[in-house]
Design a protein around this ligand. Structure first.
Ligand SMILES: [Zn+2]
Length: 574
């Protein structure tokens, strides 16, 4: 862009004014400003070895943050971070947790209380202090929903406000393979369905470092006390209790039920089908009483900018756009000495491309450049911000957020979801881009394909708007919903930053072009980026955001869950 290259030293005001004049003289505007040359220039720097793989808490990530912020300033994008800056400090806390919690079972006039650590275990991060009384307790067998295998332990049972109990760590034999994530997410799933609390089978806390009995660091080493959990979110709000229960607790819980615990346990061990039944006459009282102390704090930064809406009546509402600008760093050990990734996230990571192995890296290449992950989303977001700042402002305000620490557990988005730069209730939708610059598994047949996840889950209107914007393009893309399939066991929906906002009820769309052999590998470099495709995806996201910014009324939140799946296309009936 002329403006950037020639007027770098002049004030923002001059730069914007010049841009306006140029627009009148037939210079590209809006989506047309999103061009290959700019994306390539920015990504050449952001994905260079100089930035050392942009790991959270590293110098390389700091350089990337400054680079993005400098551009926002030149383009006249307003700062939306702390104290009038482009940076939102993200505090990641190491927290020590001591529990005085307990669960009391009242069954047929008998009453027994189990303290945390004695027959039951609560997570170290158990939320704020509260008492939960469960008068209705529902045993759901394996507590599993696997649409692909026709398994639905929730069929005809409304668990809202109830305590859900499930058994069988390994799941039923007929559930099929590759359902590890579904099995692991059963308790969270129950809470998502409205359960007030969950009882799941689990081992005790043997060997876990928690409470006052935790192992102390060796004498002479200057170390603070060990944290029991790390979080970028609030931990003082009450959350639905999830209790791991041992045999003694479960035996008493099932003592008056039609099938006893021993029998259920043996059936579960053999992975046979389990019955489902309410535990009538049983009441559970959860006394959640934690004591937390912060033992360490680490600081990192989201980069945030804003283009204020043109309509005073709507400028207090926002369309928010996201990408993560961090990656996993560099190999800290020598390649010959059993290298490990800086983020520790590379070991044995799968990429799901049948029959493909890892490419051969350049000799001595130790930097995880993350050109696609998520350099592609980072530069697309820069181009989108510039396009909105270029004079084509919609009625609503446009918020742009480059998240930190995504690779370390969605830190930046989790922080902003709990300590938001603008109120969550004023955000009409969040559009997230993560890995949008390649073809899935490098398959040329994917050249026109982008995968959308989540678009229909919270707002059917958002899904239909997104479809409509794509159809209106001169050359529409193929919007593929395979990763949004209700039967998808990979749970992509919960695995990037958009989920932090979806969990707050904000309608989201996640855009990705899928995994490839360079995923979380030193070969994820700029020369493998399909820039023409990257431009097309960025323009689609820009135009979708622009349409959302112009709507009189935000897309309605009907919360109907995933419906568009494998092979789906076009609009859904509201
Ligand atoms: Zn990513």
């Amino acid at each position: 862009m002329t403006c950037i290259r020639r007027l770098v030293l002049l004030s923002t005001a001059v730069c914007v004014a010049t841009a306006g004049l140029q627009a009148q003289a037939g210079r590209p505007a809006g989506a047309d400003t999103i061009d290959i040359a700019s994306l390539k220039t920015w990504l050449t720097y952001l994905a260079s070895d100089e930035l050392q793989g942009r790991q959270v808490y590293s110098e390389g990530l700091g350089l990337a943050a400054s680079y993005i912020a400098d551009h926002l300033q030149r383009w006249g994008v307003e700062p939306a971070g702390d104290d009038g800056s482009y940076f939102q400090t993200v505090r990641v806390l190491g927290v020590r947790s001591n529990s005085r919690s307990s669960v009391t079972i009242v069954a047929g006039g008998e009453r027994r209380t189990f303290k945390d650590g004695e027959g039951i275990t609560l997570p170290a991060n158990m939320g704020g202090r509260q008492t939960v009384r469960g008068e209705e307790v529902e045993f759901l067998g394996y507590g599993l929903q696997v649409p692909a295998s026709g398994i639905d332990d929730y069929e005809e049972i409304d668990v809202r406000g109830k305590v859900v109990v499930w058994l069988g760590a390994a799941g039923p034999r007929d559930a099929g393979t590759g359902i590890g994530r579904l099995l692991a997410a059963r308790s969270q799933f129950a809470i998502g369905q409205g359960a007030a609390a969950v009882i799941a089978p689990g081992a005790g806390r043997a060997g876990a470092s928690r409470g006052s009995g935790a192992p102390q660091p060796p004498r002479g080493r200057r170390q603070g006390p060990q944290a029991d959990f790390t979080t970028a979110q609030r931990y003082d709000r009450p959350v639905a209790p999830i209790v791991s229960a041992q045999d003694e607790f479960l035996e008493f819980l099932f003592s008056r039920s039609p099938v006893g615990y021993q029998e259920l346990k043996e059936m579960a061990d053999r992975q046979e089908p389990l019955p489902r039944f309410p535990l009538s006459g049983v009441t559970l009282i959860f006394e959640i009483d934690p004591e937390y102390s912060v033992v360490n704090t680490r600081l990192s930064r989201n980069v945030v900018g804003l283009v204020r809406g043109a309509d005073p009546a709507l400028a207090g509402t926002y369309v928010s756009f996201g990408a993560h600008y961090d990656h996993i760093g560099y190999q800290q050990a020598s390649p010959t000495g059993g290298a490990t990734g800086g983020g520790g996230a590379t070991g044995g990571v799968g990429f799901g491309c049948q029959g493909q192995g890892r490419p051969t890296p350049r000799p001595d290449d130790i930097v995880y450049n993350g050109a696609d992950d998520d350099g592609s989303g980072t530069v697309a977001l820069m181009a989108i911000a510039r396009a909105f700042a270029d004079g084509s402002t919609p009625r609503r305000s446009m918020l742009f957020i480059w998240h930190t620490g995504e690779e370390s557990g969605l830190q930046g988005s989790r922080y902003n979801a709990d300590f938001p730069v603008v109120p969550n209730e004023d955000v009409v939708a969040h559009l997230n881009m993560d890995m949008i610059g390649r073809n899935r598994c490098d398959d040329p047949a994917e050249a026109n394909t982008v995968y959308l996840v989540g678009s229909d889950r919270i707002s059917t209107e958002l899904h239909n708007l997104s479809e409509d914007v794509n159809t209106g393009l001169g050359k529409p893309m193929k919007l593929d919903y395979e990763m949004n399939d209700p039967a998808d066991p990979e749970s992509i929906y919960t695995r990037s930053d958009h989920y932090s906002y979806a969990a707050k009820g904000i309608p989201v769309i996640f855009y990705t072009t899928g995994l490839h052999a360079d995923y979380h590998y030193v070969t994820d470099e700029i020369d493998r980026i399909e820039f023409e495709k990257l431009v097309r995806v960025a323009r689609l996201v820009y135009l979708t955001g622009q349409r959302l910014g112009t709507l009189e009324r935000p897309p309605a939140r009907d919360n109907r869950g995933p419906r568009a799946g494998r092979g789906a296309s076009g609009q859904l009936t509201p």
